[in-house]
Design a protein around this ligand. Structure first.
Ligand code: P6P
Length: 347
């Protein structure tokens, strides 16, 4: 099929055919997700007109104010995914505990973890926001999915992706065979292949971080950002700052243009670092995508994909983007942790 007519449904089907043991459940799961995204895209695009922006007055499990669109997105995904028979359990940023599949519906081999509408605090400013998703294969044998099915390393992901609700609506996804982007053609309601085999440049010229938090950064991050502000040997120019405060938008730019996105922990109290972004349904799926695009994602001391979650809403510090830029950050971290009295040891 020519690129101009390659729909995401056809692409997912062809990706599945590369797995002889595939049962069609992953294809069905991803198809159902694209339907939910079309509904959410319509709601987000109508935003202020439909009086569905603004806050519900409630806070979610992670303390973020829930906005009406957050709730609409959560409900839309749940109702699209609960009956297809592809999942045994779900996890959402908007729900404190695992979300079981209703008893009346069949259970499937996969686990879906998602942030239904990330960055929604930006919606009134018409800034791009998104849905982030991660898919694992269940490890429990049958019946209802368990917490153990959900607390999994990012390296075990079967698929990951995001929907970007911006000037156009896109899906960017991977099933471990590269990263592909599709743009919604509203006139026919289909996601059409627009970015074949996305590869992140090995080195970039942008950095993306909330400089307002500089007083809370740890020493390696402070020194690294100062380093990026010096003239780069290759370009003779410092890196440029790009930051919009919406993870999917900041990540998508980093994925395509290269450079580095950083959300380090708040180290105001060095004994109790406080990261912000959630591991299971924000950082791990983005790290899988970045890895598949030839980039890298680190906590500063280890590959994000190797982090073992302890609870559903764990948070981690993250630096991800062009491999060369991420490796330089890791070096700043390693050097800063050397005990000057004994360089072979770490504090
Ligand atoms: P800050 C949005 O609320 C979000 O969770 C991510 O989308 C975004 O990357 C981050 O928070 C922005 O946080 O502290 O810079 O406003």
């Amino acid at each position: 099929m020519s690129k101009s007519m390659m729909t995401v449904q056809r692409h997912i089907l062809e990706q599945e055919r590369a797995h002889p043991q595939a049962t069609g459940d992953l294809t069905g799961l991803l198809w159902d997700l694209t339907i939910a995204a079309k509904v959410i895209s319509h709601q987000v695009n109508r935003g202020g007109l439909a009086d569905i922006v603004g806050e519900t007055g409630e806070a979610n499990v992670t303390g973020d104010l829930v906005r009406r669109l957050d709730w609409i997105a959560q409900d839309t995904i749940y109702r699209a995914m609960d009956h297809g028979g592809h999942l045994c359990v779900m996890v959402s940023e908007e729900s404190p505990d695992i979300i079981p599949i209703p008893a009346k519906f069949p259970k499937g081999p996969y686990v879906l973890l998602y942030d239904p509408l990330d960055g929604s605090s930006n919606i009134e400013a018409n800034v791009s926001i998104g849905t982030i998703f991660s898919v694992h294969r269940r490890i429990s044998s049958s019946g209802d999915g368990t917490l153990g099915d959900c607390l999994r390393r990012g390296s075990e992901q079967i698929a990951a992706g995001y929907f970007l609700y911006g000037s156009s609506t896109m899906i960017v996804y991977t099933t471990g065979q590269g990263v592909y982007g599709f743009t919604l053609e509203p006139s026919i309601g289909e996601f059409i292949l627009s970015h074949e085999r996305i590869l992140t440049p090995p080195k970039g010229k942008y950095y993306s971080i909330n400089e307002g938090n500089v007083a809370a950064w740890d020493e390696p991050t402070r020194r690294y950002i100062e380093y990026l502000k010096q003239k780069d040997a290759a370009t003779g120019r410092p890196y440029s700052l790009r930051y919009i405060g919406s993870l999917v938008a900041d990540f998508h730019r980093t994925l395509l243009y290269g450079g580095v996105f950083l959300y380090p922990a708040d180290c105001s109290n060095p004994q109790e670092p406080k990261p912000k972004l959630r591991l299971l349904y924000e950082v791990a799926p983005m790290a899988f995508i970045m890895d598949q695009a030839g980039g890298a994602a680190t906590t500063g001391m280890q590959n994000v994909l190797d982090v073992q979650p302890i609870s559903l809403h764990d948070r981690v510090p993250v630096v991800m983007g062009s491999t060369q830029d991420v490796r330089v950050y890791e070096k700043f971290c390693a050097d800063s942790n050397r005990d000057p009295a004994n360089p072979t040891r770490f504090k």
